[in-house]
Design a protein around this ligand. Sequence first.
Ligand code: ZN
Length: 298
Amino acid sequence: MDKSIEITDEVMEKINVHAVGELKAEDVYCFSVLLCDNEVDRDNEKFSVDSLKKLAELYIGRTGIFDHDPRGENQTARIYDTQVKEYTDRLTCDGEKYTALMGYAYMVRTEDNRSLIAEIDGGIKKEVSVSCAVERKICSVCGADVMKEPCMHMKGKRYGERLCFHVLESPADAYEWSFVAVPAQRNAGVAKKYACGGFGSSEGELMKKVESACGEMRKEIMRLSYFTKPFVSAEAMAERTKEMDFYELMALKKRLERQAAESEDFECRAMIYSEDADEKEGKDDGGFRMRQRTRRGK
Ligand SMILES: [Zn+2]
């Protein structure tokens, strides 16, 4: 948050669009806040620059509240102007130019909010939380709109080099903004809440199912690779499948199945494998074990 802003005629013009009566420069206190940015936040989500531009329009006229402030209803501010600021000397963690949405707010000076203004001026009240509605959430790995159809990637997980996060697109509405104690966004000191129809906890449920399906497929791949890739160690195969998503695992499994079917001594090795599994006391954990391999039959 910057220090108070110089109140020019131009600023007063913008403020008076929202004011009930005609306000004068001495009636108001103005300050700026960083509303949100395009950095990946703690929820592994980020706004796109286009979203920030749309939010810049939507936030004009929106009321800001000072959370948990017992001092009453005079403790509100209103945004009279916004600006999308691009920083050329800073990149986001996914390599975009760091871009922030600044809000310029005013408060009508009263006896009641004198101390609050002093706090803002002194930089004490820093964190801002925004809430808005977005229409699309895009997976950074596969580009799927997870609000329409969830994909197999999990936010916060890495797939090879790529971190999975959701890009918040197409803001439909902006609600109030507020000062809060703990921000969600890592660097900016701002937080966001947003509404989205459709998925709530079911999204998490689905992800669990997908993870479990991936686990099963990894086991199956280990089995198949034993037959079709005898020279690839179990460790190497496990390492290879570790970062694969559902579709990649599916493709690999199909490929191995095809190779297994084409392989002439598949049956023979399958037999050895099952003998081995029988030898091992107790349950077959489905995992692949390194062992001496004897080729028979050919
Ligand atoms: Zn995805």
